[in-house]
Ligand binder design. Sequence first.
Ligand code: CP
Length: 314
Amino acid sequence: MMRQDHLITATQLSRDDIETVLDRARAVADDPAAYADRHAGRVLALCFFEPSTRTRMSFDSAAKRLGMNTIDMGDVDSSSVSKGESLSDTVRVIEGYADAIVLRHPSEGAATLAGERVDVPVVNAGDGAGQHPSQTLLDLHTIREDHGLDDLTIGIMGDLKYGRTVHSLAAALTEFDANQHFISPESLRLPRSVRFDLHETGAQIREHEEIEPVLDELDVLYVTRIQKERFPDENEYHRVAGEYRIDAETLEAADDDLTVMHPLPRVDEIAPDVDEADHARYFQQAHNGVPVRMALLDTLLENANPDGDEGTGV
Ligand code: CP
């Protein structure tokens, strides 16, 4: 049973925690009406200091499908952040308006700080190049629906240095003893700290610069965008941009059951001709954000209100 107050990193999640949320996500998907009024009167605050389509909108949709209201901080430029208000003050104010906070921020560690400052549940919706653990839950749900989570061989390709979805997914997969192949240019390898943490768990990891030698071994290929916005030097981005591109021809060498995933948005890492292939699962993956985030909110709010206390009612 998941007993977390906040969701800050995937590293904090045990196999049992993950399975609790994913089992509930399956139950939500099978019978959404049973969850429709579950958190009526409660409010979710959406605080996005960086752009988002999927995470912001799927949390909004998930909350509303649980009977909640949502309030959105809006763009940084139209909030008092632009007047110099600190993150600490911002979240301390917002906890008075809401029963849970979803936070995306450009600084690694921002969600940890927010979680230390407030008593309502905080979900890290991406902290710089750090982690994005609710994305990981929907990634795992997508993988589980196709392959289960045991005896999995996965290739994770693209920007492994700045890709926060990669850092979270790799950590969570250690709970299932997955064989993990990391494919990237040398300059975008996993950060040393992430590699160290994976090795500490005894994880089976291998690193490559080309996809071809491992493609036919994979159950899942998880492709990521090169994170242009994180590069200190744009010339360095242009040196590696477009280096990896998966198209229908590439996938001729793959197993018929290969699942191709991407957290999206994509730029040109996956050619449009893959979209209609049986391998493609990235749009379904994005749609899975709703039941998984419903299950996550339900679990965190249940933990925060074990006696079924009513919400703020704002
Ligand atoms: N996958 C993901 O985090 O997408 P957004 O940046 O659109 O939220």
